[in-house]
Design a binder for this molecule. Structure first.
Ligand code: ADP
Length: 626
């Protein structure tokens, strides 16, 4: 086939422009990206080779070679991995297939500074070669194809690229970078070695470079370093997680994390263990410092890669951790799974179940360790991932108690989200027999809600639950360490021993004495309230809304509706404070109906809601003001 000139897909052209304009601040990363592609190509050969040993041809040792030619100003990265057929070269190097890169493209704002920061977080793969090269030539032959079916691809990184058939004896790919004039610093063994050891040390393949030797100068001329024809391995060539913990520096752990996660920040916590016993595996797991933008998407790809006996099997192996730990990144390498394991098989495998339990325990211990020993890190973890952790209450019954201990809330007496159930219990009043909480849209709304008045008066702390997931999660947690959890906005208020006899009696009397007014209110508000009753939970406010035990709170119903989701119609109970002057005014008032509606709507406003008919509310209030 003769030479063809083809155009890049529009997105590639856009990406290329960005790469060359935005990434010059850290040009070294091109080598990391190209070595990583070479290593992926070798992984693919290993994987396909499981069923077809002939693909190895006569070169069973997979490796990457990095070399340069000073005179020609070229730098070449060669692998003997799976290689590319001509069609693959056109498709893979002319279009953007990777969904991550497409997501990235979608996030671009057009603002150069912002985009440059983003691009650093993504890893732009092959095209990063154009940071340092004004032309790239790729020569390749796919494993198993005849030598005559090699391909040469080349491009100057502008609008188009060329492809042609070539003869290529060696299997695999050579990426030849024709370096720009200002990038000739990469024609230097020391420079390349230092980049490789920084970014690619953990690559499990050997990376080879030609040895250098010092050549004495002749006749008084200065000497120089010259490259020999002998190759040497310049990286550790052992997958990081297979090495002993003591031989790995924190920087190496962090760098590995950045590569597998595309995060540019170091992780918050790391755990690395070899588990031996009935199922044997190695886990290297990380908690990121920051939550991703799509943290709350429960379908998002999981962050753990699965290897079997060091052979890469799949990215985002969801079966390895429960969904609520979807923020964890890392690697699991199992010795028990078959190499041809499929996603379906993973779901059913007993070994996977054991790995999943083991990894879950590990992650929880990691978080517990932060909570116990590194309070600042724990606070930052909790701010990022606390809400997701709560999903675990409903998802992971086996670890519910461990999870409950890790939860933190704000409370009516603290401003920070730092109160655990255990702290709360330690501060409970004598005679208090429940952990009280309120769900609210915001901390301020929770703190100021009328339902809290009696608790404030009696100096009883109430936990403020302001995450959307809280109410759902609390459905699965009815007690903590033997003490029941009680919403202060659900059911009748029962302060038990905290209420003295006089108070109880006054409440009962109010209920009977007040019955005619209550009945009238019930009638007036029959479309809005399921019941109207007198309460002792109010001190300063005339009224508040509560729901039956077991009903969805009005706050949650409101949040769901705002999010466009279906929520059951909950008719709340209106509770009124018989001692309040406004309520006393009700009896015999000629504006009874208006007052009744105003009481109801104000109770709704007080908890952050809106009256069904705001205009009618305003009219009623105005009529009374006149
Ligand atoms: P990716 O993140 O998918 O590697 P790249 O832009 O780096 O994105 O590469 C695009 C595709 O080109 C890869 O998915 C792979 O199919 C192919 N490719 C790149 N480098 C090599 C290589 N050295 N050997 C074989 N295929 C390669």
């Amino acid at each position: 086939m003769s030479k063809q000139t083809l155009s890049f897909q529009a997105e590639v052209a856009q990406l290329l422009k960005l790469v060359t304009h935005s990434l010059y601040s850290n040009p070294d990363i091109f080598l990391r990206e190209l070595v990583s592609n070479a290593s992926d190509a070798c992984d693919k050969l290993r994987f396909e080779g499981l069923n077809n040993a002939e693909l190895y041809e006569d070169a069973p040792n997979l490796e990457v070679r990095v070399s340069f030619d000073k005179a020609a100003k070229t730098l070449t990265i060669t692998d003997n991995g799976i290689g590319l057929s001509q069609i693959e070269a056109v498709e893979h190097l002319g279009t953007i297939a990777k969904s991550g890169t497409r997501d990235f493209m979608a996030k671009l704002s057009g603002d150069q500074k912002n985009d440059a920061q983003l691009i650093g977080q993504f890893g732009v793969g092959f095209y990063s070669g154009f940071i340092v090269a004004d032309k790239i030539t790729v020569e390749s032959r796919r494993a198993g194809l005849p030598a005559a079916e090699g391909v040469r691809w080349s491009s100057a990184g502008t609008g188009d690229f060329e492809v042609e058939m070539i003869e290529r004896k060696e299997r695999g790919t050579s990426v030849i970078l024709h370096l720009k004039d200002d990038a000739t610093e990469y024609l230097n063994t020391w420079k390349l070695k230092s980049i490789i050891s920084k970014y690619s040390d953990h690559i499990s393949l050997p990376i080879l470079m030609k040895k250098e030797a010092w050549k004495e100068g002749e006749n008084g001329q200065p000497g120089e370093m010259v490259t020999s024809d002998e190759w040497e391995t310049v990286n550790q060539a052992a997958a990081l997680w297979t090495r002993a913990r003591k031989d790995i520096t924190p920087e190496q752990y962090d760098e590995f994390y950045k590569q597998i996660s595309y995060d540019n920040q170091a992780p918050l916590a790391t755990t690395h263990n070899r588990v031996e016993g009935a199922t044997e595996y190695t886990q290297l797991l990380y908690i990121p410092a920051k939550a991703p933008m799509d943290l709350f998407n429960r379908d998002k790809a999981a962050g753990v890669k699965l290897y079997v006996k060091r052979v890469f099997i799949m990215d985002d192996a969801q079966a390895l951790l429960p969904v609520y730990l979807r923020f964890v990144k890392g690697v699991v390498d199992s010795s028990d799974l078959p190499l041809n394991v499929s996603r379906e098989l993973l779901q059913e495998s007993r070994a996977v179940k054991a790995i999943r339990e083991g990894c879950t325990k590990r992650v929880l211990s990691m978080i517990e360790d932060l909570a116990a020993n590194e309070p600042e890190k724990f606070a930052s973890f909790y701010a990022e991932f606390g809400a997701v952790l709560k999903e675990g209450l409903g998802e992971d019954f086996a670890n519910r108690e461990r999870l409950a201990k890790l939860l933190r809330f704000a409370s009516s007496t603290t401003d920070t989200t730092s109160v655990g159930f255990a702290d709360y219990k330690a501060r409970m009043k004598e005679g208090q027999d429940a952990i009280y909480y309120i769900t609210a849209d915001t901390q301020a709304a929770g703190k100021n809600s009328p339902q809290l008045e009696i608790f404030r008066k009696k100096g009883i702390e109430v936990l403020l639950m302001t995450d959307r997931v809280d109410e759902w999660a609390l459905n699965y947690l009815h007690e903590f360490d033997g003490t029941p959890l009680q919403s202060v906005a659900k059911g009748a208020v029962d302060l038990g021993k905290l209420q003295d006899e006089d108070e109880k009696k006054a409440a009962e009397e109010a209920q009977t004495q007040f019955k005619p007014v209550l009945d009238k209110l019930k009638e007036a508000l029959k479309d809005k309230a399921s019941d109207v009753r007198a309460t002792t939970r109010l001190v300063d406010s005339p009224a508040c809304l509560v729901v039956q035990d077991g009903d969805m709170s009005t706050q949650l119903a409101r949040m769901l509706k705002q999010a466009g989701q279906a929520a059951p119609e909950v008719k709340p109970i209106l509770e009124i404070n018989a001692q309040h002057p406004l309520v006393k005014k009700l009896e015999g008032s000629e504006h009874f109906d208006d007052l009744a509606h105003i009481l109801f709507d104000q109770a709704l406003l007080a908890e952050g809601g809106l009256p069904d008919d705001p205009a009618a509310y305003v009219k009623r209030v105005n009529a009374l003001l006149l």
